[in-house]
Design a protein around this ligand. Structure first.
Ligand code: CTP
Ligand code: ZN
Length: 178
């Protein structure tokens, strides 16, 4: 279990900095980017690196009052480069998890309580996407009248969806979240 260390005073930090003897990194030393662990909240991991900000948008994190950490271009054994989004003090609704699956089909949603990973949810791309994605066809009824969008998932990875109303096919790069 990771525990937050008590905050050191600025003065102590300065003393420590003076004492520190610079040394070359040891050969084979593990160099990795660390983002602080969170005490309570949700960590969305294994996001394709270019979808990290879409996850931020889906969860409306711009307006979230707790801690939000976003990292992109991290090394991942399973998906090449990955993004990660950590949100303090927030649990996700099923609807939010389903929306994440649309832009990040391999994402893992980790529920953190008291610094522990209490639950690990593998997202699942739905077969039908209701009222989440905007149709890219300007003459589609959903762009001209008060009609909720609806798409059928034709292929999950890479995502290919088809509009229920105008039959427009869209790929993952065309996807704009409502
Ligand atoms: N994490 C965090 N704060 C915590 C605990 C975990 O931010 N208090 C983050 C970790 O940094 C990691 C993710 O939550 O990105 C999942 O944690 P964990 O299951 O311990 O990591 P892995 O075993 O690497 O996960 P996976 O097997 O899903 O890759
Ligand atoms: Zn349409």
């Amino acid at each position: 279990m990771t525990r937050k260390k008590p905050k050191k005073s600025k003065a102590r930090e300065r003393i420590k900095a003076k004492k520190a003897v610079p040394s070359a990194p040891k050969e084979g030393a593990k160099r990795e980017l660390n983002i602080s662990a969170i005490d309570e909240g949700t960590v969305i991991d294994h996001i394709p690196t270019d979808a990290a900000f879409k996850v931020v948008e889906i969860l409306d994190l711009e307006n979230h009052k707790g801690v939000v950490s976003i990292a992109t271009n991290l090394q991942s054994k399973s998906i090449g480069r990955k993004g990660i989004v950590k949100v303090g003090g927030k649990s996700l609704t099923q609807n939010e998890v389903n929306k994440i699956a649309i832009v990040a089909p391999d994402a893992t949603v980790n529920i953190i309580k008291n610094y522990d990973v209490r639950e690990k949810i593998k997202v699942k791309t739905p077969d039908v996407i209701d009222n989440v994605v905007k149709c890219s066809n300007p003459v589609c009824i959903t762009n001209n009248e008060q009609v909720a969008t609806k798409f059928y998932v034709v292929k999950k990875d890479p995502l290919k969806i088809k509009c229920h109303y105008c039959e427009r096919s869209m790929g993952k790069d065309d996807i704009e979240i409502i």
